[in-house]
Design a protein. Sequence first.
Length: 262
Amino acid sequence: MLHSKDIEERAHALYELQMPLAEHAWARVRESVVKDAATAEQPNTCNHFASCDDDYLPTFNQLHFMLVDTDDKGIERCTSRRVVAKAVEYELNVLILATGFLVVMGENVAPAELFSIPVAGRSGRHLKDKYRYPAWHRYATNGLPKLLYPGLGDGPGSLNLTVVFDLESRHITNVLKETVGRVSDPTQLVIERTKEAENAWVEQVESRTVWYSVLLACTLTYFNHEGAALVHVSSDLEKRRQAMRRILHGGGIAVYDRAIRE
């Protein structure tokens, strides 16, 4: 497990691991794809230009192409013919809107709530309310019995989501198999996480937050809600602790797999 004294060493190790790959990607952008030198130098820190699509980077060479610096604030507003960013209007013939960029933090992480489907438990308490505070456990939560769900939250973070989904499915299946085998009448079975177990898990998540300390060096993107996800890194110790207890389980996918097996 990492501790605060390990932050600098971990950051240096990750930097050394990343830089050869990053330099290889940047060299491709600068030397063989993007013709304008100023445009090619734009990617930095966590905002690398995507290079997984053969047609993406060459688009930057089109005469009608322009990069607009929104100063991490996004588009301010739209008019009938223009978009406005940093008080500058840009006239457009066509505006293409993309979806899927809602940051998954706080109550946005709650399953079904993203689709405006309320899930209520005892005393009418909604699942999304549990996600406003660090008091849940991935797959199940106290106060919402007989509800087992995959989703984001205090689970593992991985670029390979297939592995995450596989872990979620196997864990829920094992919980059902184990609990059904303990009762004589499965039709009367009620599965609910205890408050004590819930608190114990959240404390474990909090103890591993140093794993994500290097994210503070990232530039502002929708991945950290344009910096909103980092706002609790402040002098307010209680807000900082609440944010730490909401983060993903630190340590990597293998550590998380061992934890749920135990």
